[in-house]
Design a protein around this ligand. Sequence first.
Ligand code: C2E
Ligand code: CA
Ligand code: CA
Ligand code: CA
Length: 284
Amino acid sequence: AQLKNRGGSVIYNDSMRKQVRERLELETDLQDAIYNKQLYLNYQPIVSLETNQITGFEALVRWKHPKRGLLSPTEFIPLAEETGLIIPLGQWAMMEACSQLRSWQQKFPQLSAISINVNLSGIQLGNPDLINQIDDLLDSVGLTGESLKLEITESFLMENLMDNSSIANKMLEQLKERKIKLCIDDFGTGYSSLSYLHHLPIDILKIDRSFINPKTNGRKNSDIVKSIVNLAQDLGLALVAEGVETPSQLAMLKELKCDYGQGYLFARPLEASQAMEFMSHQFN
Ligand code: C2E
Ligand code: CA
Ligand code: CA
Ligand code: CA
């Protein structure tokens, strides 16, 4: 869609100009948002399929944009990653999620075993400061690493961890020393080399929701889920199914002995107060 005029300079048409301008605007807006409290977290329950109890929450970022309204992370996380803003954003999210969990635990001692999952961008894993930041924030909030789980996408791990000496690999080892559990997010979409999985210091697989809740119905998906369940068992990893929406999906997962589920069937991502309300049902 680029046109050149006779002098050879590039002419942008109106829609391109608009796109470029919107992107630049969004970038400065995002910078402001991080410091002006326009970001907040939603919390989606993760449920044990054996006991039906909530075992933790995944923290999911939202942006209340002053002009555009509520934005989903898919609309700004990629931009945050391209611009490096994911570093302060990710640090904020981890701090916010941990202090929320801590304040829940202080109100309800029954919650001491509940943990919080935070999404970690691959870019954060390459930040040599990450481990110090995590130590400081756990310290200041008063949590131990056992309450924190970090989710890293399978595609990132596969692209970056094949080399044993990488910073990211060292980082994963340091997280493990702190008993912070590592989850592979969107598992099944990144073509992991199975022999390699075994060498990674990971604890949990999260099966991507496209296998649980396929666009096209088929026997094949339950076969895939079944083989991922077996794989997790063989490797001694806990398994979470994402995107559980229907009772029949739940029944299949229970039958296959998947450990945990997450999805609209249990609850949508909730605001902090709703999440507490939701969980209070299980105290009785
Ligand atoms: P994700 O980590 O795979 O998170 C799960 C996404 O699936 C969430 O979308 C959640 O709302 C949605 N979901 C949960 N249950 C269901 C269901 O039953 N059906 C369907 N169709 N969807 C369900 P959300 O909140 O829009 O987040 C999108 C992505 O943005 C996340 O995907 C994650 O990759 C990224 N993200 C969100 N928060 C953060 C963050 O703090 N840091 C980073 N780096 N990425 C984040
Ligand atoms: Ca996730
Ligand atoms: Ca996921
Ligand atoms: Ca995803």
